[in-house]
Design a protein around this ligand. Structure first.
Ligand SMILES: O=P(O)(O)OC[C@H]1O[C@](O)(COP(=O)(O)O)[C@@H](O)[C@@H]1O
Ligand SMILES: [Mg+2]
Ligand SMILES: [Mg+2]
Length: 330
């Protein structure tokens, strides 16, 4: 089995990008170790702080964020990092070429119950000709500009799913501390009978989403003429991993609980990197109105509505939204 860095070199990946990905994996291995020790290391539970999103930070949100920040900023290739758990971007080498955005610990409500969590990352390049000033503007690039994106899922095994814009590959963390290639050229099946949504929010969704999901629930007697299964892990990393492995549809849509926010998930730390992975594996990723990777970010912590997964199923979901919009317009 091939080592991550050998595989990337073999694919003629830019050597500096390979070095940066190796650096990212150093941080993820450290996070994996802390998670494995869990209660023994005293790292479970909450802090007294809230992050910029207004969410209570878990101890491991803070630890994972500090590990990622330190390891990345120690690498002179890194100009700056932006994290879900930091109010503002943090800058490193003014000559650095790369910008990294990350969700250090995704699915953190699962930490204390020992269920899968993950780290999501997105790699951008400093735009050519950008002033050498430390400005948040550097990061505000649409997802189509990502050089690479991925996640490490800390589940029964730790698995890296990675794209550098040339398909999606998966690597499993071995006991030697190396990530070894375990799935090459991952593709999302075009059709599915599985969906993932937090059903408890049903009454807050738009009509298009309400109708789509009630038709799924109607199963073989409904307009979709087939029975669907449902999953909700409450860790986006685990949901996307399931979809990359066996297909499915995942959505966290806009809802009327916070009508002025486009959604719950974060564009720069969750929406864009997951969209790149899904699209590179042949799936679709949308806000239900537009392609997520074409959304022009205006703020670093911007939220986004997300629907992604098996191509044909996402198209059906889009058609429900389109139909609802047309009916509304008439
Ligand atoms: O608890 P809810 O509302 O179902 O939300 C679950 C979603 O929130 C998230 O946990 C948000 O991520 P964080 O843990 O990084 O805040 C997603 O991973 C998941 O899809
Ligand atoms: Mg998250
Ligand atoms: Mg998080």
């Amino acid at each position: 089995m091939q080592l991550l860095s050998n595989f990337l070199k073999h694919k003629k990946t830019d050597p500096e990008l390979v070095e940066l990905i190796d650096t990212l994996m150093l941080a993820c291995k450290e996070i994996a170790l802390q998670l494995r020790e869990g209660e023994l290391a005293g790292v479970l539970g909450v802090t007294e702080n809230t992050n910029v999103q207004g969410e209570t930070q878990k101890k491991l949100d803070v630890i994972a964020n500090e590990v990622m920040k330190k390891v990345l900023l120690d690498n002179p290739l890194v100009r700056g990092v932006a994290s879900e758990e930091e109010d503002d971007p943090v800058f490193g080498n003014p000559e650095g070429r790369f910008l990294v955005t990350y969700d250090p610990l995704d699915g953190s409500s699962n930490i204390d119950i020992n269920v899968s969590v993950g780290t999501i990352f997105s790699i951008l390049e400093v735009p050519p000709g950008a002033e050498p000033s430390d400005s948040v503007e550097l990061f505000l690039q649409p997802g189509t500009q990502q050089l690479a994106a991925g996640y490490v899922l800390y589940g029964p095994s730790a698995v890296l799913a990675l794209t550098t814009g040339d398909g999606v590959n998966m690597f499993t963390l071995a006991h030697t501390g190396d990530f070894l290639l375990t799935h090459e050229d991952v593709t999302v099946p075009a059709e599915t009978r599985e969906f993932a949504i937090n059903m408890s929010n049903q009454r807050f969704w738009e009509v298009g989403m309400q109708t789509y999901v009630s038709d799924l629930l109607a199963g073989s007697e409904g307009p979709r003429s087939k029975n669907y299964n449902m999953r909700w892990v409450a860790s986006m990393v685990a949901e996307v991993h399931r979809i990359l492995t066996r297909g499915g549809l995942f959505t966290y849509p806009w809802d009327s609980r916070e009508p002025n926010k486009p959604g719950k998930l974060r564009l720069m730390y969750e929406g864009n990197p997951m969209s790149m992975l899904i699209e590179q594996a042949g799936g679709l990723s949308t806000t239900c109105y537009e392609r997520i990777m074409e959304v022009q970010p205006e703020q670093i912590h911007q939220r986004v509505s997300v629907a992604l997964g098996s191509r044909e199923e996402v198209k059906v979901l889009l058609a429900y939204h389109q139909k609802h919009r047309t009916e509304n317009a008439n």
